[in-house]
Design a protein around this ligand. Structure first.
Ligand code: RB5
Length: 143
């Protein structure tokens, strides 16, 4: 079964989120807003994503703000969120294999749809390696 993936953005990520939704048949996306280009606060969307991951409404989250940075920082305040900003395929692969990342973050202003789609495909298909990496993830999950 395809993982249910929540899409969350502020106004800086709105256009990229909408572009991703237009490819929705390739994915199992659920859109959590924002729903216009009007200014909103990215921590609200990061918190909502964290809640959805916690109650298992979604299995993975995609967060988009202007840079990808603020929404990533806010999401990682929740101990069960493992979010990162993706810049290349190697990082995406390792974030899954070594860090069991459950959240990928993008810049709506500086990244392209084509690039982001490639990262999402890798994010969704790469398994966690477990073993020594599970021990390390357990350590920081308890902080
Ligand atoms: C909003 O203008 C912008 O600050 C936000 O989208 C994000 O880039 C924050 O990190």
């Amino acid at each position: 079964m395809r993982a249910k993936v929540g899409l969350f953005s502020d106004h800086g990520g709105y256009t990229l989120k909408q572009d991703l939704l237009n490819c929705a048949s390739e994915y199992n996306f659920v859109d959590y807003g924002t729903n216009s280009a009007d200014a909103v606060d990215y921590p609200d969307f990061a918190n909502q994503a964290a809640q959805c991951l916690k109650d298992k409404t979604i299995q993975k989250a995609i967060l988009i703000c202007g840079t990808g940075i603020g929404i990533c920082m806010a999401a990682n305040r929740h101990s069960w969120v493992r979010a990162f900003v993706a810049h290349n395929i190697t990082e995406v692969k390792l974030a899954r294999e070594h860090n069991d990342a459950n959240t990928i973050c993008f810049s709506g202003r500086y990244q392209t749809l084509d690039e982001v789609k490639i990262f999402i495909d890798t994010f969704l298909k790469t398994p966690f390696e477990g073993g020594r990496h599970a021990r390390r993830v357990d350590i920081f999950s308890k902080i």
